[in-house]
Design a binder for this molecule. Structure first.
Ligand code: UTP
Length: 288
């Protein structure tokens, strides 16, 4: 096992599926119940033993940096009025000095390009990637499931779920060479295939552990689907030298990059909430 200390969170996308709200609010700051998506991802990373996080941020997304900073006026007001539980809740989002770093992707040239922006910060060690808009409801943190299996000799590793055949066109889909338990060795990966083109229904979701050699490959990666620099294309080029292991992860993934997935997440987290669950269940019955 190789210890994973660093995680990268690319959050510079335009979030067009959530317009109009994403005109002014970063997608990653949208809440499920009372916590923004990015906080769920940070908690998942820390629960997996990750020590440092780099956010690849874009223009107009300062709310993310502010969220992880102190809010002196608000904190003073909560302290004065004795609202200690709320005070500790907002203080708990502020990391220890130096734990978080931010870098700008000055143009949204694609997810692969956002990862390349992390090159100087990551340097020469394997690192995790978490996309906060994939919200994972798991008994064991999703990125920990990967980290527990990862060995540097594996090269690149991606979390995988089984999707319906009609849904494959939204994902990078694995062409599987062999399977051992939950580990899938791949001979190829196809970005956003049609149902007919898809080599399987095993789809990559937004959790990875990557070999630092990915950066050399991304430096020469040409734009792919949608005119964007795709991480999947770089992973595909590395298969002959580094391999690509898919891990079928245990738990449920909510696609909170889509309105439908976000609504599903709100309902699921709401129903499971110990304080509000019963009330929400009763209210929802009215609409069924
Ligand atoms: P998406 O494919 O979900 O794109 O990006 P998007 O722009 O966020 O959303 P839509 O499709 O327009 O609604 C996957 C992840 O990669 C990041 C996004 O922030 C998201 O976490 N990303 C994407 C970047 O950081 N930079 C990019 O240029 C593109």
């Amino acid at each position: 096992m190789t210890a994973i200390a660093k995680a990268v969170m690319p959050v510079a996308g335009l979030g067009t599926r959530f317009l109009s709200v994403t005109k002014a609010v970063p997608k990653e700051m949208l809440p499920v119940l009372n916590k923004p998506l990015v906080q769920y991802a940070v908690e998942e990373a820390f629960a997996a033993g990750i020590e440092q996080i780099l956010f690849v941020n874009g223009r107009g997304k300062n709310a993310l940096e502010d969220f992880f900073d102190h809010a002196p006026e608000l904190e003073a007001r909560l302290a004065e009025s004795g609202k200690t539980a709320l005070l500790s809740r907002i203080e708990s989002t502020v990391p220890a000095g130096g734990q978080f770093a931010f870098v700008r992707q000055t143009k949204p040239l694609g997810f692969g390009h956002a990862v390349l922006c992390a090159k100087n910060w990551v340097q020469n060690e394997p690192f995790a990637i978490l996309l906060p808009d994939d919200l994972m409801m798991c008994d064991q943190p999703c990125i920990k499931q990967l980290a527990d299996q990862y060995d540097l000799s594996m090269g690149n590793m991606a979390a995988v779920v089984d999707v319906a055949p009609h849904a494959v066109s939204a994902y990078g889909v694995l062409d599987i060479a062999s399977q051992k338990g939950d580990l899938l060795q791949t001979k190829g990966v196809v970005e956003k295939p049609t149902t007919e083109q898809a080599p399987s229904t095993k789809a990559i979701i937004g959790r990875y552990i990557l070999h630092p050699d990915i950066f050399k490959v991304l430096e020469t990666q040409q734009p792919g689907v949608g005119g964007e620099i795709q991480l999947t294309d770089a992973l595909s080029r590395m298969i002959p030298t580094h391999g690509l292991t898919g891990l079928l992860v245990h738990g449920h993934r909510f696609d909170c990059g889509s309105v439908e997935g976000m609504v599903e997440a709100q309902v699921a987290y709401g129903l499971r909430d110990p304080l509000m669950g019963e009330k929400i269940r009763a209210s929802l019955m009215r609409w069924l």
